[in-house]
Design a protein around this ligand. Structure first.
Ligand code: SF4
Length: 383
């Protein structure tokens, strides 16, 4: 069986990712626009402003998500700005309206984590994911507002998590994927003690306009090397590699078409003021002459299910769904990728009905090729 198959004309007709689901599995909440760091690659437009989410916004979201949380696993991801810059008291007030069925997650730069925050995480059952890009020298893009390195503060926060025995995930941005780097990074995260690791190749989006074109061979070799490093000591759940191996296994046993969700998860992002941007949190806060401000409504005036029910009527979302169908028809990687993210199309190419982007080359196509290269070049030797 071919590991790839085009949507039409190949040996599999991919049936996933058709339209947008009206039942999300998580929402992203922006408790504040503010971030205490000023990382060079950050996409957020208002990270210097301190605009906090009113409790009324959280109450409206909590009322809408309660039925979804009762019928299955449902997460609220607190993502800023820097969510801990909201302050414990206000963040507690925002969490309070949500019922016990909701899982809370926080994506943090870790610099503000101290004993009091650790006690807060434990008391509220919050799952923590920290952003750190590897050893000290790999974190030069992570700086304070005074342009000083943030690495020592990040490590102090992670040390506090370890002291309290709080399990944590890590998110690592890779600015330049190349051979030699993957082993260094994986060894670092093994030492750090995270349970789950996500690797994001830096993306050109939002206010980050840095070039994200890289030589194909270097990116593929980076991913292949990461598989080798992980297989040598697979103690960490390595998000991208485990998903890719799952896909490859499903192709081999003929179940690959069942792997993608049937519909796109709408990923509602609730901005600090209650406005809702669907599909790509990175679009929140931007406006465009053709597409307007990308919002689909505001939870202070319209319940979230109603906003989701009308989602496909939004011109930019309709255009994106056309782009997903173009991917299904043309791209041999669709069954693995599912059409990737709306924001990458917009920020790289200025519209949504296009297909290939540098992001999908770096993080989908070359990821799959890297895992396959690893398999090809690490065959057991015949005896
Ligand atoms: S986003 Fe890129 S890799 Fe994904 S299906 Fe579309 S063209 Fe293929």
């Amino acid at each position: 069986m071919r590991i790839f198959a085009c949507g039409r004309g190949g040996n599999v007709t991919w049936s996933g990712m058709q339209g947008i689901s009206t039942s999300p599995t998580y929402v992203v909440m922006q408790p504040t626009t503010l971030c205490n760091l000023d990382c060079s690659y950050c996409y957020l437009p208002f990270r210097g402003d301190d605009r906090k989410m009113p409790v009324a916004v959280a109450e409206a979201v909590a009322a809408s998500v309660a039925p979804w949380a009762r019928s299955g696993r449902f997460s609220v991801v607190w993502h800023g700005g820097e969510p801990l810059a909201t302050g414990r008291e206000h963040l507690a007030a925002l969490i309070a309206p949500f019922g016990p069925d909701v899982e809370h997650h926080v994506q943090t730069n870790a610099t503000l984590i101290d004993d009091a925050w650790c006690e807060f995480f434990v008391a509220h059952g919050i799952r923590v994911s920290v952003s750190v890009d590897g050893p000290r020298d790999r974190n030069t893009d992570r700086v304070t507002r005074g342009r000083r390195p943030a690495y020592d503060r990040i490590l102090r926060g992670i040390d506090a998590l370890r002291r309290y025995g709080i399990p944590f995930s890590a998110l690592c941005v890779v600015a330049r994927p190349e051979p030699g780097l993957a082993t260094e990074l994986y060894d670092y995260f093994l030492g750090l003690g995270c349970e789950v690791l996500g690797i994001n190749v830096e993306e050109l989006e939002g206010v980050n306009l840095r070039d994200n074109r890289h030589p194909a061979e270097a990116v593929t070799a980076f991913w292949a090397e990461l598989v080798s490093a992980w297989r040598a000591d697979p103690r960490i759940h390595l998000r991208e590699i485990e998903w890719t191996l799952r896909y490859a296994g499903a192709v081999l046993d003929g179940t690959a078409d069942q792997l993608l969700p049937r519909e796109l998860d709408p990923i509602p992002t609730i901005a600090q003021d209650g406005s809702v941007v669907l599909l790509s949190p990175e679009l929140a806060g931007f406006t465009d002459a053709r597409y307007g401000d990308f919002t689909s409504g505001n939870v202070l005036t319209t319940p979230l299910p109603e906003i989701l029910a009308g989602a496909a009527g939004s011109p930019w979302i309709a255009e994106f769904l056309g782009g997903v169908e173009a991917c299904r028809a043309r791209c041999p990687y669709f069954g693995f990728c599912g059409g990737a993210h709306a924001a990458n199309r917009y920020f790289e190419l200025g519209r949504f009905d296009v297909t290939e982007t540098e992001h999908c080359r770096n993080s989908k196509i070359r990821l799959l090729e890297g895992v396959l290269d690893h398999a090809r070049f690490n065959q057991p030797t015949a005896v």
